[in-house]
Design a protein around this ligand. Structure first.
Ligand code: IMP
Length: 195
């Protein structure tokens, strides 16, 4: 089957592509010829994921899924949450976003946080949501060059390394996105075996 992953983020695309079984042909927005950003006007991760998936379904009439992800920090009352991409003001400035988090946590001992991903899958006329969470903590300075976004300051529970110090293979065993994606894959393969 063909399925579009509605993201312009090449890191996300590669993470997901590494998990997808060979019977699914994963298409990117570039494959559809879409270069414009899809507006994210929702108030929750689920709303934003659905908005992105619906945008593609309406425009191209094709099965697709989209994700929205947030970093949730306990002592900051869940910030940056749904506003993770534009936390420091400018859209998608990873360094500024991380600096803002580190500055806000400067005097806090509780550095607990989690990433949450919601995938919205539009299949035919039906819509499905899948969710994945990984718990961990925010360290005091950036470490590592892998991954993207907040990865250099996030250390998953049970690991000494940040997401940016782990390989894609390891991140893909434990991450929020991998957990949500595995549910989506299991759902599709169950549907396939019921046909
Ligand atoms: P969005 O899902 O693309 O809207 O991402 C929201 C924000 O979270 C952006 O700043 C991303 O860079 C960041 N983000 C999304 N997924 C990850 C991840 O797996 N690791 C680190 N940061 C991420």
């Amino acid at each position: 089957m063909q399925l579009v992953f509605a993201t312009h983020n090449q890191h996300k695309f590669q993470e997901v592509k590494a998990m997808v079984p060979t019977n699914i042909q994963l298409l990117s927005l570039k494959d559809l010829g879409l270069l414009d950003d899809i507006p994210e006007t929702g108030k929750t991760l689920a709303e934003n994921a659905q908005i992105k998936a619906d945008f593609i379904t309406q425009k191209f009439n094709i099965d697709c899924f989209a994700d929205d992800t947030g970093l949730v920090i306990e002592v900051l009352d869940g910030e940056p949450g749904v506003y993770s991409a534009r936390y420091a003001g400018t859209e998608k400035d990873d360094d500024a976003n991380m600096q803002k988090v580190l500055a806000k946590l400067k005097d806090h001992l509780n550095r607990g946080a989690h990433f949450k991903t919601v995938f919205a899958l539009n299949l035919g006329k039906k819509k499905y949501l899948f969710e994945g969470i990984v718990h961990g903590e925010i360290i005091t300075e950036k470490r590592g060059n892998e991954g993207f976004g907040y990865d250099p300051i996030f250390k998953p529970s049970g690991y000494e390394k940040t997401f940016a110090e782990l390989t894609l293979e390891t991140k893909n065993k434990i991450s929020h996105r991998a957990k949500a994606m595995q549910q989506l894959i299991d759902f599709l393969s169950n549907m396939g075996s019921q046909r």
